[in-house]
Design a protein around this ligand. Structure first.
Ligand code: ADP
Ligand code: GLC
Length: 491
């Protein structure tokens, strides 16, 4: 199959969260299964083109916007370690800025920036003579590709036989926008806006647009698929997901174990496997060396790690609610790597200053350190308010780092409470979104930490799980096949 993936993020070039990892992992695994994949994304100002060997091409893409054209020079690179072409759109007006979305509030013209990306993707495919069987779009940023496929490109020689698949990574971000601004830019008539597939609550809603125009819709875990269809977690999109119920399903994200494997990870000081699990602690020793004075580097004190965007979605409030009780009692140490909302960064930095040897706080985005923190920690905390899938817990499992998670979305699908009687289970879980419930789950974890037999069991159980992206890549291919059947093609 020929697959055109269009996304706002892709690892390792530009990443804010798991979306970037999934886009890259799927492409790699489809390629390994013999398919042809191309990725189109923006050339953000912060992408290190030298490091990733991204070069300008001779192509300048003319992108129809409104009644005129806008232009983007095309740059080309490859997904590292593969021959998968990645096309980067250079635009001084839209993308040559700091960061990706303009955190924390987002740039005011994000709607227009990503509309441009969505439209340009078709022009890039045509200009490079790529005829996709599938256009695969991710989240609201590229949702308009689904509408373009069914309208402006419906009879285009490159896309007349193309089906559209839309993947929802997080329904909390929907891309709302003023219709008078966006509808004409997208090449549609404002007179037809009311009651259309673009509209929700009187404004343009890109999430709804993707849901309504796609041939098939997926989200990133089966539990999240149920939650957003049937509960308020759908954030207003429930009626549309129900309308499209026959074409909607959850596919659990997979991990790219070529990037995330403690046996080969180049970012960690000491590599290890299930057989050499005793070596894992050397990573903790190395992490403590930088922040903790020698007399306090007690390796027996359990280390709780967290690598996360700092938003309310991630349950940072629960962490802040109970961290001091564990620190003061001397029961635990914390290593937190995160960036996001200033109020959370501030609160964490304060804790770091108050307990410099017990709470290690690293703010900012740091890919190498994220591997080191996950490898070094005994536990990984994910007390999320909601979690479409979550990848960090998958990585933690592989690293013998025991997840403590709230059972929601993909966390419920990937972490099972450890049962000391059967010896089955991979982590510690809680249901109610409260500090007390979270603290109880941590306490349970601590009680097994002190029992070598159980502690080894739960860690090894986790390391033996297989959440490889090969599985999810295959499930997507099945969905792509159904999408093609829907438009009258058979594969
Ligand atoms: P989300 O996509 O909601 O942020 P996921 O768990 O799916 O959550 O993915 C988060 C990804 O981002 C993981 O790969 C994680 O390691 C990474 N990550 C989050 N915060 C940071 C950070 N500050 N520095 C480096 N990597 C980070
Ligand atoms: C989103 C979700 C996260 C998911 C990721 C990749 O950012 O918040 O749960 O793992 O997308 O699909």
């Amino acid at each position: 199959m020929n697959i055109l993936a269009v996304a706002a993020e892709c690892t390792p070039f530009a990443k804010v969260g798991g979306l970037a990892d999934v886009v890259a992992a799927l492409a790699k695994h489809w390629r390994a299964l013999g398919h042809s994949v191309r990725i189109v994304m923006p050339r953000y100002g912060t992408i290190d083109t030298d490091r990733w060997n991204i070069r300008p091409t001779q192509l300048v893409t003319a992108v129809p916007i409104g009644w005129w054209h806008e232009y983007a020079r095309l740059w080309r690179g490859e997904l590292p370690g593969t021959d998968i072409p990645v096309y980067f759109l250079e635009s001084r007006d839209y993308f040559d800025r700091h960061g990706i979305y303009g955190e924390p509030e987002g740039y005011p013209d994000n709607d227009r920036r990503f509309l441009f990306l969505s439209r340009a993707a078709f022009e890039v495919a045509a200009a490079t003579d790529f005829t996709p069987d599938i256009v695969h779009a991710h989240d609201w940023h590229t949702a308009f590709t689904m509408a373009f496929l069914k309208s402006h490109y419906r009879y285009h020689p490159h896309f007349a036989r193309t089906a559209g698949v839309f993947t929802i990574h997080n329904i909390a971000y929907q891309g709302q926008s003023d219709p008078h601004r966006i509808i004409p830019l997208a090449g549609f008539r404002i007179e037809e806006f009311r009651g259309s597939w673009f509209e929700h609550d009187g404004v343009v809603n890109m999430m709804k647009t993707g849901i309504m125009f796609a041939d098939k819709i997926t989200t990133v875990s089966p539990t999240y698929a149920r939650e957003i269809r049937w509960t308020s977690a759908g954030m207003g999109m429930q009626p549309y997901l129900n309308l499209r119920g026959a074409d909607f399903l959850g596919i659990l994200n997979g991990a790219d174990y070529t990037e995330w494997d403690p046996a080969t990870d180049p970012y960690i000081p000491m590599q290890y496997t299930v057989e050499t699990l005793a070596d894992k602690v050397k990573n903790k020793a190395a992490l403590l060396e930088d922040s903790v004075p020698p007399h306090d580097r007690i390796l027996e004190v359990p280390l709780f790690g967290m690598v996360s965007r700092l938003t309310s979605q991630k349950g940072i409030d629960l962490l802040l609610g109970c961290i001091e009780q564990f620190v003061r009692s001397g029961q635990a140490r914390f290593a937190i790597l995160g960036s996001g909302e200033p109020r959370y960064e501030h609160a964490l930095r304060l804790l770091g200053r108050r307990y410099p040897t017990r709470v290690m706080v690293f703010t900012g985005y740091n890919a190498a350190l994220s591997h080191h923190v996950i490898a070094s920690s005994d536990f990984l905390l994910m007390p999320s308010l909601f979690e479409p899938c979550g990848l960090t817990q998958l990585y933690a499992l592989r690293y013998g780092t025991v997840p403590v998670v709230r059972s929601t979305g993909g966390l419920a699908d990937t972490v099972a409470e450890y049962d000391p009687v059967s010896g089955i289970g991979t982590g510690f879980t809680f249901g109610e979104y409260s500090v007390a419930a979270f603290a109880r789950a941590i306490e349970r974890g601590l009680s097994y930490y002190r029992h070598p037999l159980h502690w080894d069991r739960v860690r090894i159980n986790g390391m033996q799980q297989d959440f490889s992206a090969t599985k999810s890549a295959q499930q997507y291919l099945a969905v792509f096949g159904w999408a093609l059947e829907k438009i009258g093609r058979s594969m």
